[in-house]
Design a binder for this molecule. Structure first.
Ligand SMILES: [Cu+2]
Length: 211
């Protein structure tokens, strides 16, 4: 390619960047900041931080117990909403494991309908992954096990039962699964769970007068 042609392309590129920056600076003042959006609003409920689920060590495996069940939750004072959760009335505890860990899950279904539990984003054998085929009938326990091979990441777990995934997740059956590895261990990051390392679960909910 001729030198002049390359120069034109470079100059054109620089021109495009300048125009983009100018446009962005024009638009920026009209983008409302987070401070601005919450101005004048008082928050009364403390930030809900899911508890960490402590595993048992059984023959070198980290064993985690999860029980899916129904419950009631007060999102607004005096109004009970019918919800579901793992080991509680709403959402599930955070599971934390390290790359190379051998893990086993005891998932008990205390709902009144079948469910499954899918480890969203996890690299593991399909039979352990809780897709629509790994059904846990009401009243029974499923025990998948695998070796964590993912790199450091924040994953989540949730039901994946055919035709009922939406309602079950919406009612609260969802939790976080945090994976650490040698890379994340070496980073100078805050790492005290719930203190300076805080998971945030963002959800979209609508409430009527009955909760
Ligand atoms: Cu998923």
């Amino acid at each position: 390619m001729a030198f002049r042609k390359i120069l034109l392309i470079i100059l054109g590129g620089i021109g495009l960047i300048i125009v983009s920056v100018m446009l962005a600076s024009l638009i920026y003042p009209s983008v409302r900041g987070i401070d601005d959006m919450s101005a004048g609003q008082t928050f009364t409920l403390p930030l809900a931080i899911p508890p960490l689920l402590e595993p048992r060590n059984e023959s070198g495996e980290k064993v985690f117990d999860l029980v899916a069940r129904r419950g009631n939750t007060q999102f607004r004072p005096g109004v009970e909403t019918t919800t579901a959760g793992f080991n509680g009335a709403y959402l599930g505890p955070t599971i934390r494991a390290h790359r190379g860990d051998r893990v086993r899950m005891n998932v008990t279904n205390s709902l009144d309908e079948p469910t499954t539990v899918h480890w969203h984003g996890m690299h593991l054998p399909a039979a352990m992954d809780g897709g629509p085929h790994q059904i846990i009938d009401a009243g029974s326990t499923w025990q998948p096990h695998w070796t964590i091979s993912n790199e450091a990441s924040t994953l989540w777990y949730h039901p994946h039962f055919m035709g009922r995934t939406g309602p079950q997740v919406y009612s609260g059956l969802a939790g976080l699964f945090i994976i650490d590895d040698a890379n994340s261990d070496a980073l100078a990051l805050p790492r005290t769970y719930g203190v300076d390392d805080i998971p945030v679960v963002v959800q979209d909910r609508k409430f009527d007068a009955l909760g």
